[in-house]
Design a protein around this ligand. Sequence first.
Ligand code: FES
Ligand code: FE2
Length: 441
Amino acid sequence: MLRERIADLSSFVEPDRVRREVYVDPEIFELEMQRIHERYWIYCGHESQVPKPGDYYAVQIGRQPMLMVRGKDKKIHVLYNRCPHRGNMMCGDRNGNAGEFFRCSYHAWTFHHDGKLRSIPMMESGYTGTRFTRDNPDCSMKKAPRVEAYRGFVFASLVAEGSSLLEFLGESKVAFDDMCDRAPEGQVEIVPNCFRVIQHSNWKIFLENQLDALHPSVTHQSTGRAAHEVEQEIARKAKKGAAPLSYHMLSAFATVTVDKWDAFQTLSYPYGHCILTGYMGLRPQDPDTLAYDDLMIKAYGRKRFEAIVGVNIHHVLIYPGLSVQSALQQLRAVRPLGVDRTLTEIWHFRLKGAPEAIYRRSLAYYNLVNSPATLVNADDLENFWKCHQGLASDGGDWVSFGRHHGRDIEKNGVIESAPDMGTSEAPMRNQMKAWVQYMQG
Ligand code: FES
Ligand SMILES: [Fe+2]
């Protein structure tokens, strides 16, 4: 039945609106997994998650359980988490160290870190004359056909052909440059655990929210106002008159009003990637920031330092599965679990060579804005769930992305929101335009 409807998928998406089935139809979801998530470059993790040979991390790519593993030769491999004998999952834990080799818990077949068969117990007596020979690739763990990394961020694609990671990322690679350049040593390292949130909504609802500059002033206003009141109270009582920066991270949701968000800009690129410019004013002149600035100037020289900290990005969305806040060293990886269930992994990073206080700033933002414990996240999650519920109903057929439609400015393949229209729904239009191209193969 779906086959007959595939030809019509493009009719589900118009330039300024999308049919609700795109979010709630399980068959469309299955097709998305085949044509998007199991085909294009999906973020697996950061190299620093697997520093030693045998270190592995389990990661979901589309519907496929995979392992990112460090080999003895220091190379990173991405393997299907499956034993070729009877299909047993090789690693049941989320992460760990496999030791010298993988050993299946069922019948003890062993594999090198690159997935190649190492041994089958009693191979001679059991398999002589059968199809199971050491050089039969079916006896090894299957590998992701393509694995590439950019500045330590590892991606895999489950098909052999296609554009390179850098071609695919295009301008969105600035997410990783901006993050790493802010480190005096030019690198970041993972903080080795993440928050995991299961959203009861379709994966695209989360991605569309990431560059929705209109919603913070509404959805997060109550949180922002509460934080702002406390911030002012502290400032009144404190001799030097300022509340800690962490209050600003929350109060900005009230003090950055719609007109200020409109002053930012959205930039939309091929493949559905998008950037929201703007910066919440996280360059105060406190002693911690000044100490950090000194280290950066020593490492890069003043001119380059100014260029690095002057990069003006609030958010980079790398379609179809990554949302990066580079200036705050955090990212969210999106793992669709079902048409109405989406796992997000929320990670943050340390700037190598930066003072501890700068890391604490990133940690504060991680906890206050992006963690499952914060009201900011809770208010978003409630919207996502309610959107999915509404879209599953017969109350209407279309989702509207019409805000500032027709006013976008196209320059060399990049679509810019028009001046003072930062709350444009251009990024959502761009994501859905790319979605049709992906789905049509
Ligand atoms: S299933 Fe893995 S060795 Fe049998
Ligand atoms: Fe939000």
